[in-house]
Design a binder for this molecule. Structure first.
Ligand SMILES: [Zn+2]
Ligand SMILES: [Zn+2]
Length: 272
């Protein structure tokens, strides 16, 4: 993975965010683990007496969940990269900013420890696990519920792992087993993710496995949604591309002069 600033992979740095946020991340990871184990226990406890068909159905649900996680990761990433700005209330500094900073300093993610890497994803996904555990009834022989609950539980577990997979895709020293999983394309491979890390950062958004990147690009899926959003609301995707392309420092002088120069992007050309 190229690092434009020339920075190298370093040992875990001190987190650069508030203690309150870190405490919330630690609590979220704990709740996530508790509900993940509880859900898996419930799924297996339902599947065992149901018989072999249940394991087949549960396997199908798990696979669907894994694919679904890739789509969710791509869609969340696409939203953060293509809409809004880092000045946006609440979402800007906590959601949009980190995604765009990652384009400027892609190796920085490798300095994040376990909590910083996985806390934010747990903060969102544990809610789904909680709802599945308390809200989706499972009964022996009910294969439909088993499939749905399995898909949701495994998709959230894959969402939880997504930032770890993403971090490994940027790492120069990932464990050998991880390298093997990347080579098999079971998790996001580094060279595959490199496609996203080229300005204007408008393709290959999926970062769990990357399986959906090629079909979504062929279908022009996100381009079509951006076109639809523009037709319906007048909001253009990638308007904040100056930041996307790592030109954030130029913004102050641009604001003073009233002239904003966007890099040449496919989005700008489409929108024009
Ligand atoms: Zn991105
Ligand atoms: Zn990346």
């Amino acid at each position: 993975m190229n690092e434009p600033s020339g920075a190298t992979e370093m040992a875990h740095a001190e987190p650069k965010y508030s203690r309150v946020h870190r405490a919330a991340e630690i609590v979220s990871i704990f709740i996530f683990v508790v509900y993940a184990v509880a859900n898996l226990w419930r799924l297996f406890a339902t599947a065992i007496p149901t018989g072999p068909s249940a394991w087949f159905v549960l396997g199908g649900g798990a696979f669907l969940g894994y694919v679904l996680a890739d789509f969710i990761s791509g869609t969340v990433h696409w939203l953060a990269d293509r809409y809004g700005s880092r000045d946006l209330f609440l979402l800007g500094p906590n959601f949009i900013g980190p995604f765009r900073d990652h384009h400027v300093r892609p190796k920085e993610i490798t300095q994040h420890d376990f909590v910083e890497t996985n806390g934010n994803n747990c903060m969102i996904s544990f809610w789904v696990l909680m709802v599945v555990y308390h809200g989706v009834p499972l009964a022996v022989g009910d294969l439909t519920s088993l499939f749905l609950a399995g898909a949701l539980v495994f998709s959230m577990m894959a969402i939880m792992a997504t930032n770890q997979f993403h971090k490994w895709a940027h790492s120069d020293s990932a464990p050998r087993l991880v390298r093997l999983l990347q080579r098999w394309h079971a998790i996001l491979p580094a060279d595959h993710h490199d496609v996203h890390h080229k300005a204007p950062f408008e393709t290959y958004f999926c970062i769990t496995t990357g399986w959906l990147n090629w079909p979504l690009r062929k279908l022009r899926f996100y381009e079509s949604v951006e076109w639809l959003v523009y037709r319906l609301t007048g909001i253009r995707a990638g308007e904040d591309d100056a930041i996307n392309a790592g030109l954030a420092p130029a913004r102050a002088s641009e604001a003073e002069s009233g002239v904003v120069t966007l890099p040449s992007t496919g989005a700008a050309e489409r929108a024009s």
